[in-house]
Ligand binder design. Structure first.
Ligand code: SF4
Length: 301
């Protein structure tokens, strides 16, 4: 049995060193707080809303932010994924109630008139993650008005995957929007998105969530296996197993390139959607385009 590097207790995880549960908790929380400080993610007057799903990442983030900061609330999106989202939302509601954290939930059904599962039954040509990503980001931004920061539970593994996904698809504009603070525009319609778990690996977040016993079930979205992200995740995990430190090196090198990527994208013209008024790069935003294509009546024959 490997002992903790700081005391004689049994080690629960080997991260930078071997840690028992208590010392790992302190190490993890300090790492998150150091990330917030290093990238200036939160100021003293900020009002923070945490994009929450009831999963391990956003729940760990919600717990830490509400422990160390004032003005923290949770916002969840119910896409309508049977067998998955109702369970994670039930866990989230219980967690927020137990920890006195205000929670707001918005559903695709109420906001757009359809659930994700209803769309996928009739539109076999659409990818669930494509629709989900665009509409979730849209609702997060529109429903977080009045807050000054949207905090998301993206961890180091998520970020490494996003970098590789956007590089593989030659999506430089999307690549420039990554980093610990998301978005490369100064439009007041965009609420800055921050990633306080940026420096924490998925394994560290999962260990923290287990140690803290948040009372959440570790569910996986039924659509996650077929996604491009899952493919990149498996490749990166394989790479990391053979070459330890690869993900961290990828992130650190990306952070060196990021200022140059952002400076190129800052010159791009920003519009406002002619349909909903939200900031976007074209005449109509991606969310309105998707919703219109889903709700449009078929042409008469
Ligand atoms: Fe949405 Fe895809 Fe994530 Fe499921 S795996 S919650 S469909 S983005």
């Amino acid at each position: 049995m490997m002992p903790c590097s700081n005391c004689s207790s049994k080690a629960a995880i080997v991260a930078e060193k071997a840690y028992c549960k208590n010392h790992f908790t302190a190490y993890f929380e300090n790492k998150v707080l150091a990330t917030i400080k290093k990238f200036s993610l939160i100021g003293s007057s900020d009002k923070i809303i945490v994009g929450s799903s009831g999963g391990k990442d956003s729940t760990a983030l919600l717990y830490i932010l509400s422990k160390y900061y004032k003005n923290v609330e949770a916002l969840a999106i119910d896409e309508g994924i049977p067998g998955y989202r109702p369970i994670t939302l039930e866990d989230l509601e219980r967690f927020c109630s137990n920890n006195s954290i205000p929670l707001r939930i918005y559903s695709y059904k109420n906001e757009f008139g359809f659930s994700l599962s209803e769309v996928l039954k009739v539109r076999k040509d659409l990818s669930p993650c494509h629709i989900c990503g665009i509409l979730r980001r849209y609702l997060l931004n529109t429903k977080a008005k009045g807050f000054t920061r949207i905090a998301t539970g993206h961890n180091m593994d998520d970020e490494a995957q996003s970098i590789m996904m956007n590089l593989s698809k030659a999506q430089l504009p999307l690549l420039s929007r990554l980093g610990p603070v998301t978005g490369n525009v100064t439009d007041t319609g965009f609420i800055p998105r921050i990633k306080p778990l940026y420096s924490c690996s998925e394994k560290e977040v999962a260990t923290y969530a287990v140690i803290k016993n948040f009372g959440i079930r570790f569910m996986q979205c039924p659509y996650s296996h077929s996604s491009f992200r899952a493919c990149i995740r498996d490749a990166l995990n394989d790479y990391e197993a053979k070459h330890k430190g690869s993900k961290l090196n990828l992130i650190n090198n990306f952070l060196k390139l990021l200022p140059r990527l952002k400076s190129k994208q800052l010159n791009l013209k920003l519009n406002h959607c002619s349909s909903c008024g939200e900031p976007c790069s074209k005449d109509v935003c991606k969310a309105c385009t998707i919703v219109d294509s889903i709700t449009a009546k078929p042409a008469a024959r």
